[in-house]
Design a protein around this ligand. Structure first.
Ligand SMILES: Cc1cc2nc3c(=O)[nH]c(=O)nc-3n(C[C@H](O)[C@H](O)[C@H](O)COP(=O)(O)OP(=O)(O)OC[C@H]3O[C@@H](n4cnc5c(N)ncnc54)[C@H](O)[C@@H]3O)c2cc1C
Length: 338
């Protein structure tokens, strides 16, 4: 993932230093795809492209491009987005074009995407309930890898809402990293009363007349009842209104753990069909961030989600697409003729 703040800093640094990234193919040299163009590869790249086959090839013996064997262009801006919600047209075919023109593409995966739990899990019975929560992605050893706070929505398939979307890319990235390292998978946990700790909530509950009553003042009724049942605190002998003293210490502690550190048993994400953003793409090191000009293919410019940038909920992805699009447009239009 590329942090948007870091991008701005890097762009500034590059502009100040006027430097080139030595790790990429220098602008002007022949990149891997320069000779063949992309024609053969842009046919149904990902489960049925939304687009008819497109070709974008450097024109032979010239410095321009030929598009679809038909149009000539001296400069081309690749603004084809990522793979999110392919029915909108952003089906990943741009990555094929970028590769064929000499760029690399990092592994792409869904970001800002809802998460799915086992069918029939109690989480799905709370569909429609939302709660302010702090979500943590933890490594197999318990180290917190990422923490996000915001609104969480229980749904018929699992979990959604801004905080789930925000944390999803970190959970998915951690899963991929763990699989690559053959280590234990990461876990996802929710604090349903952000700011509370096990100790502070236990003190509050011990000072209350009933556990359910105390929790219902701060959490939705349905959620409290379900948590009490799932924690083993609510049985035929122990009704929800039972005083704190009627709960065993073990049951009380199980309830508290499930409120401040509830394991969220996500089994997978909902995939590109439901992801708002695509993580991964063409590395930023392969473009000049002042103009968005390709360092691999002279005359080519890239902007937006085709690049390895993804941001949180809050308009950052639009902002990136618009800002980099403007730079690319200016870069392509203002570049001297010849
Ligand atoms: C449901 C949803 C909700 C979102 N909500 C937000 C939000 O609230 N805030 C936010 O910041 N971001 C949001 N995003 C993300 C944001 O829309 C994208 O990050 C942004 O639109 C990317 O802009 P882009 O121009 O790079 O690509 P896109 O907007 O994806 O546009 C790419 C265009 O290229 C076309 N194209 C692709 N391949 C080819 C090809 N081979 N030939 C010809 N044309 C092609 C596509 O049809 C499409 O028109 C949302 C995304 C989705 C899917």
């Amino acid at each position: 993932m590329v942090d948007l703040v870091k991008i701005r800093k890097k762009a500034k640094k590059n502009a100040a230093a006027g430097e080139q990234d030595k790790s990429v193919i220098p602008s002007g040299s022949e990149g891997p795809g320069r000779e063949g163009g992309a024609q053969d590869e842009v046919t149904d790249p990902v489960n049925g492209s939304a687009h008819p086959p497109r070709s974008l090839a450097p024109a032979p013996a010239s410095r321009g491009f030929v598009l679809n064997d038909r149009w000539q262009a001296r400069r081309v801006i690749l603004a084809t987005g990522g793979r999110s919600v392919p029915k909108t047209g952003s089906d990943g075919s741009g990555f094929v074009l970028a590769r064929a023109l000499g760029h690399s593409v990092t592994e792409v995966f869904p970001a800002l995407v809802p998460l799915v739990v086992e069918s029939g899990h109690w989480i799905t019975s709370l569909s429609g309930t939302s709660v302010e929560a702090e979500l943590s992605v933890k490594s197999a050893t318990g180290r917190v890898l990422q923490r996000e706070r915001g609104s969480m929505l229980f749904t018929h398939f699992g979990l959604s809402g801004p905080v789930v979307l925000d944390v999803s890319r970190h959970w998915i990235a951690a899963q991929r990293a763990a699989a690559a390292a053959a280590s234990g998978p990461p876990t996802l946990h929710a604090n349903l009363l952000p700011g509370e700790t096990f100790e502070s909530l236990e003190a509050e509950l011990l000072a209350s007349s009933s556990v359910a009553g105390a929790l219902r003042r701060r959490l939705p009724d349905r959620l409290v009842t379900t948590l009490l049942v799932e924690s083993g605190a609510l049985t035929g002998q122990t009704p929800a209104s039972a005083p704190v003293s009627r709960l065993t210490k073990e049951a009380r502690r199980a309830v508290i753990r499930n409120v401040v550190d509830l394991p969220l048993p996500a089994i997978r994400d909902r995939g590109f069909d439901y992801a708002e953003v695509t993580a991964g793409g063409v590395p930023l090191s392969e473009v000049d961030l002042r103009t968005m000009a390709s360092r691999a293919c002279p005359g080519l410019y890239l902007c937006g989600e085709i690049l390895d940038v993804d941001g949180k909920i809050g308009g950052y992805n639009f902002q990136w697409a618009w800002a980099s699009g403007r730079l690319a447009g200016e870069g392509a239009a203002l570049k001297g003729e010849g």
